[in-house]
Design a protein around this ligand. Structure first.
Ligand code: UD1
Length: 429
């Protein structure tokens, strides 16, 4: 398996183009199941998760085409893909495919909405704690579906079609909001989703669904209302920029020092994280081209954070922020409230010399003046990239193995960082 070798200590200077958001691209691709016409998505990142999902969708009969790709094209720009689910040939999403990526479970919503049945394997994905599917089951049941769990599969039937209803989630869930919103677009009558996720990716999906003919209002607030329609049609939609990639590179610059323009990034997608970074001493300015991040020789100030649903500090930036805090001039407390067990990067950061103590959901990080390079192992997507950030700032050589996870979520990571002066290479096994 490939690994990444970093010789740390270089500041980052230059421009990093921000890709389309993985977490928006995935539900948008799944939305193609709702119509027999073509959904064209632009600014789609070239990522392993996107490729994996295209494979899963093909299995259901979705015709998948990458437009405008030329031989030898040096592609920092996102790809444009067309998805056509003219006919859904198989309503089963098998274990072998779904277990590789949790988000593929979300096909259950559109499939039962359009085909009135679906059989989807219980999911896998990043090993960041138990990630149940009870909200999906309760939500679809409220929309009139009958659900059974058979041999590791969720089997859903709605013989007369789904019926609009009130669905209240006990806790904010991005995936359950995406899924019930998609399902409700073709239900009979009105659906009200209460305690809906307000994440920008939910807003992006709602915009795309509306372009496909859905009647949705309230996205970006805690209550989303969907008036079901008989059918949806094709549309063109551009994926919004990746706020997690943006925050990750911003944290890298805040840690190594330097001056980088995150091209195409949108500050309004990550206000809380940017404000937190400002408190650490980084200077952040928003321009028409993107977000500029700058830190000169000043030290890193310790700042406490607690992860929360949007618009709070995102759990997907927690590991990266912890990497930054390992070199702060004092102690900080990082509390994870979204996922249990999302501190797997702690032990690996400790291998670089970080001083971190975990007590339940809170990690106390005592900043050190120097990290030293070491071999480390990536355990999940965001944890892997936190090790890359720490490696960029550490003295000497860090090797991050199992970079499989990075390829799931970060497009051309080594290229982007190399262009800004980092000493980072991929070593093919
Ligand atoms: C999405 C993101 C992931 C991010 C997470 C939280 C994608 C592809 N993934 O994951 O990167 O870290 O949002 O921002 O967009 N829960 C239940 N029952 C359910 C569903 C969820 O208890 O049926 C719980 C989860 O265990 C977790 C919390 O709800 O504690 C939030 O999870 P959720 O928002 O659903 O995460 P994902 O949509 O899987």
């Amino acid at each position: 398996m490939d690994s990444i070798r970093i010789t740390g200590g270089n500041e980052l200077h230059g421009v990093i183009p921000i890709s389309g958001a993985k977490n928006a691209a995935l539900p948008l691709m799944i939305a193609a199941l709702l119509t027999d016409e073509t959904l064209t998505l632009s600014n789609v990142p070239r990522l392993r998760d996107v490729a994996q999902l295209s494979h899963i969708l093909s299995n259901h009969g979705v015709d998948y085409a990458v437009n405008g790709k030329r031989n030898g094209q040096h592609a920092l720009a996102g790809q444009t893909i067309s998805l056509t689910a003219r006919e859904i040939v198989d309503t089963t999403a098998p274990y072998e495919l779904v277990s590789k990526m949790r988000a593929s479970f979300w096909v259950i919503g559109p499939m039962v909405a359009r085909m009135h049945e679906a059989r989807v394997s219980l999911p896998g994905g990043c090993a960041i704690g138990t990630r149940p599917v009870d909200f999906f089951i309760e939500g679809l049941t409220a929309l009139g579906a009958e659900i059974e769990i058979e041999g590791g599969y969720v089997v859903v039937r709605a013989p007369g079609g789904l019926k609009g209803a009130r669905v209240e989630f006990p806790k904010v869930s991005v995936g359950a909001t995406h899924t019930i919103m998609m399902a409700a677009t073709l239900a009979d009558g009105e659906t009200e989703i209460v305690n809906a996720a307000r994440e920008p990716e939910v807003v992006d999906l709602a915009k795309c669904l509306r372009a496909m003919g859905a009647q949705i209002e309230g996205e970006g607030t805690s209550v989303i209302r969907i008036q079901g329609v008989k059918r949806l049609h094709g549309a063109h939609h551009a994926v919004l920029p990746d706020r997690i990639e943006t925050g990750t590179y911003a944290m890298a610059v805040a840690m190594t020092g330097g001056d980088v323009l995150l091209q195409g990034a949108r500050g309004d997608l990550l206000d809380t994280a940017l404000e937190t970074l400002r408190q650490t001493g980084a200077q952040i300015t928003e321009t028409a081209e993107g977000i500029k991040v700058y830190r000169n020789g000043n030290g890193i100030q310790p700042v406490d954070v607690t992860t929360e649903p949007f618009p709070g500090f995102p759990t997907d930036l927690q590991a990266q922020f912890m990497a930054l805090m390992t070199m702060a001039g004092g102690s900080s407390r990082i509390t994870e409230t979204i996922f249990e067990n999302r501190f797997m990067h702690v032990q690996e950061l400790a291998r670089l010399g970080a001083q971190i103590h975990v007590d339940g959901h809170t990690a106390t990080v005592d900043g050190v003046s120097t990290l030293r390079g070491a071999p480390v192992m990536a355990t999940d997507l965001r944890a892997s990239v936190s090790l890359v950030i720490a490696g960029l700032a550490a003295k000497g050589e860090t090797t991050v193995s199992r970079v499989y996870h990075l390829d799931r979520g970060f497009e051309r990571l080594e290229d982007k960082l190399t262009h800004c002066g980092a000493n980072i290479q991929r070593i093919s096994a």
